[in-house]
Design a protein around this ligand. Sequence first.
Ligand SMILES: Nc1ncnc2c1ncn2[C@@H]1O[C@H](COP(=O)(O)OP(=O)(O)OP(=O)(O)O)[C@@H](O)[C@H]1O
Ligand SMILES: [Mg+2]
Length: 272
Amino acid sequence: MIEIERVNQSFQNTQVLNNIDLTIHDNEIFGLVGPSGVGKSTLLNCLAGLEAYQSGSIRVDGVQLETLNELEMRQFRRNIGMIFQNFSLVGRKDVFRNIALPMECWNYSKAEIKSRVEELAELTGIQDKLKSRPNELSGGQKQRVAIARALSMNPKYLFCDECTSALDPKSTAAILDLLKDLQKKFNITIIVVTHEMQVVQSICSRMAILDKGQVSLTGDVQEIFEKKPDQLRKLIGVDDRKISITMDIEDFAKIKTYLDRNQADYKVTGGM
Ligand SMILES: Nc1ncnc2c1ncn2[C@@H]1O[C@H](COP(=O)(O)OP(=O)(O)OP(=O)(O)O)[C@@H](O)[C@H]1O
Ligand SMILES: [Mg+2]
C-alpha cells in the first residue's frame, strides 16, 4: 500500500505539489490524471524515490521514504518498475540486453539472466525479437521490451507514465491488455499516469484527478464516469449543449469519423 500524506514540492518558488493526500491499495490499477504540467510525473517520481519532496510523508508498505539512506533507497527501488512514453530503451543494445540491464546492475548470474529474460520475453510477446535493436521495433514492441525490463526485478509496483501516449489505438489496446494480464498474474500494483480518459476507463479501478498541484477528486472510475462530477467535466471539457445542424450523409460520416477518432462523447438524435 502507498500512503501519501501532505506532500509538497516546489521548483523555483512554484509549488507543483500542494499538500497531496492519497492512498493506493495493493493489487489495484490506479489512474492518475490531470492537465499537462499539473505535477503527475513529479508525484510519480517522488513515489519511486527518484525525486525528493520538500515536506510530507510517503509510506510504501510501511517504509517511510524520506527516512531512507542512499543504500536503503537503492534497495527500495528494486520494488518499483517504471515505463515511459518514450520507452527509454538503450539504442545500441539489443532487446535481450535491454531487458537484462537491471539484473546486470545487480550482478545476477548469466544463467539467471538468460532464463528470466526468456521468460519475460515470452510473457510480453517479444520472444522472437531478442536479437533486434530498438530501432527495428514498432512502438508497441518497444513498450513490451520496456515492460519486460521493468518487471525483471520482480517488482511489487509498476508505474506507467503516459506509457501508451505514443502508440496508435490498436497497440494501446494490446499494451493495456498486457498490463491487465500482468497485474493479475503477478499481483502487482499499477499506477497509470495518463491524459487519455479511455485508458483510465479501460484498465483502472480507482483514480485521482490532480488539479493545480492538488488532488481535486478520488474515487471509483466507473462511478466517476457515470456521475461526471464537476472535477471530471472540467478536465475533459464536457459540454452538454445541443446543436441542431442539417448536413448530407457524407459530411456526417466525415464528422463522425473525426469525433470517434478523438473519442468525443456525443449523441446524435433526429432523422437520418
Ligand atoms: N526538475 C524540475 N525543475 C524545475 N521545474 C520542474 C522540474 N520537474 C518538473 N518541473 C515543473 O513542474 C511542473 C509539473 O511538471 P510535471 O512533469 O510533473 O507535470 P505533468 O503533470 O507530468 O505534465 P505532462 O502531462 O505534460 O507530462 C511543470 O511546470 C514543470 O515545468
Ligand atoms: Mg508528465
